[in-house]
Design a protein. Structure first.
Length: 346
């Protein structure tokens, strides 16, 4: 076989480089891409009813008996109950300026008043879509409600799985639940999501059912969860922008969650030292930003963001699903909300 000419080798190299440049950047959760590009429908009521309920013992805290948990570090759950349907904590803000709502490229979006839960802006906000790694808001909330932050957990991963973005865990690592939650929220660790879910309920499927039950207890029905991370192709988590925003209200009311979601950087110190940085661009580029989570799901979910910002003691949430510019569009919507509404008494 004759050796390849220099010109042919150059052409082959150029084609390879073009293919690499054309590939979409992998940010956030680096979720699997669905080639079909279609958003699946929520399962029917009968299909949901057929799901096996999570075992009764899953309602207890991370503690003795769960895989990888040091027996001496098990602790009672902080709360084994779930919240009642969402209630407003105050009156909604008043519209004081008639500014035109921004035109955005996100497929779905919502802006929500943190105090009352009132919707200030919406675009296709009630259609369930893949949330990608913003799923981890619910994962973290459940872990905080049912686990002990100081419980030490031994990492046991399924080596056959694709993890995407990771905290950087390896089998045999030992970290506290606190460190795992920072690894879940800041670098969007899909490995941390799996470890947390299996530590709490014994399996990711059981944890997903717990996620669905928690959302129903809040009165949120435009969603269905199948895993703790947001990864997935044919079977993926689905949630509307509205439900995701209302969930964020509940999560940010938890002081431990709010502390984690607003942290720019953290160093996990367990069996190894793992430094990490928060991927949420709002925390670095928007005054008053204080949470919560970003995601990326390839051609299927696109870029996603749940953000929060507080001015003069009033918090506003913004949710973007499948947006071409999660930082720019979230800043635009937050600026519009703070300029258009007043929380002061007339």
């Amino acid at each position: 076989m004759a050796p390849l000419s220099r010109s042919l080798l150059t052409a082959m190299l150029a084609c390879w480089l073009m293919a690499c440049v054309a590939a979409p950047p992998q940010h956030g959760d680096e979720a699997d891409v669905n080639a079909a590009g279609a958003t699946p429908a929520l399962p029917s009521a009968s299909a949901s009813a057929s799901l096996e309920p999570y075992p009764a013992e899953a309602k207890s805290a991370i503690g003795p008996g769960w895989p990888g948990v040091a027996p001496e570090l098990g602790a009672p759950a902080r709360s084994t109950s779930v919240a009642a349907p969402l209630q407003p904590a105050g009156a909604p803000p008043r519209r004081v300026r008639d500014l035109a709502p921004p035109a955005i490229g996100a497929q779905a979006a919502v802006v929500i008043d943190g105090r009352s839960g009132a919707v200030l802006f919406e675009k296709d906000a009630h259609t369930p879509r893949p949330p990608a790694s913003t799923t981890k808001i619910l994962t973290a909330l459940l872990a905080l409600e049912r686990g002990d932050l100081d419980a030490e957990i031994e990492v046991r991963l399924d080596d056959r799985r694709y993890w995407g973005s990771v905290m950087g865990l390896v089998n045999g690592d030992r970290f506290t639940l606190r460190d795992l939650l920072y690894g879940l929220m800041l670098p969007s660790g899909n490995d941390a999501a799996y470890v947390i879910a299996t530590a709490i309920t014994g399996s990711e499927a059981a944890f997903a059912e717990l996620m669905n039950q928690r959302m129903r207890a809040l009165g949120l029905t435009e969603n269905h969860f199948v895993n703790a991370s947001g990864l997935g192709r044919e079977q993926s988590n689905l949630v509307s922008a509205h439900d995701l925003g209302q969930l964020a209200r509940v999560a940010m009311a938890n002081p431990d969650f709010a502390r984690i979601a607003s942290t720019r950087s953290w160093v996990a110190r367990g069996s190894r030292v793992i430094p990490m940085t928060n991927g949420n661009p709002l925390l670095f580029h928007y005054p008053g930003a204080d949470g919560v989570k970003i995601g990326w799901g390839g051609r299927w979910a696109g870029h996603t963001l749940v953000g929060s910002a507080t001015r003069n003691g009033q918090r506003v949430f913004v949710v973007l699903l499948d947006t071409p510019d999660r930082l720019g569009e979230s800043v635009t919507l937050l600026n519009w909300a703070f300029a258009s509404f007043s929380w002061e008494e007339p």
